[in-house]
Design a protein around this ligand. Sequence first.
Ligand SMILES: [Zn+2]
Ligand SMILES: [Zn+2]
Length: 171
Amino acid sequence: MIRIQTSQIGETGYAVAGEESGDLLDLARDPVARAAGPIRYELTVEAAGTELVVRGRAAADLRLRCSRCAQFFSTTARVSSFLHAYEWAEHPEFLDVSDDVREDLLLEIPGFPLCCADCKGLCAQCGRNLNEGTCGCAPPEEEASPWSALDGWTATPGSRPPAGGPGRKRK
Ligand SMILES: [Zn+2]
Ligand SMILES: [Zn+2]
């Protein structure tokens, strides 16, 4: 839990920093992402009228499964501008920002993670990881384009509408 003691915040606010278990991300059953270390955070808390404004940053090391080659790779999710406001009266003793830190970090996980920008993925026929080398399979045939029937098409000369045809007004 990332808890901030609010009972003694005073007018100047204060800073909190630390680490929290990566289990907080609740990724145990996620097929694509796993926590690979603690969540690190640096937050400042300020009183603004009746609100507590929490700003700062957080980061978590992750293992993500590549969308193309299905291998796990290491990366770091970073929230560089955490900013949330809370009603001070609702948190007279402690303010728990765990949920907001978790949600902001999870938003940083890409929807289509790639181990590298030019990941070659797996061979669709033998399943070999093509980043590790080529396989002996024949390259997949190019899919026929729906426009390929037009490839041999050429405009017939003289096919323009005759001058003075229907619908054409003479001056
Ligand atoms: Zn990959
Ligand atoms: Zn293959």
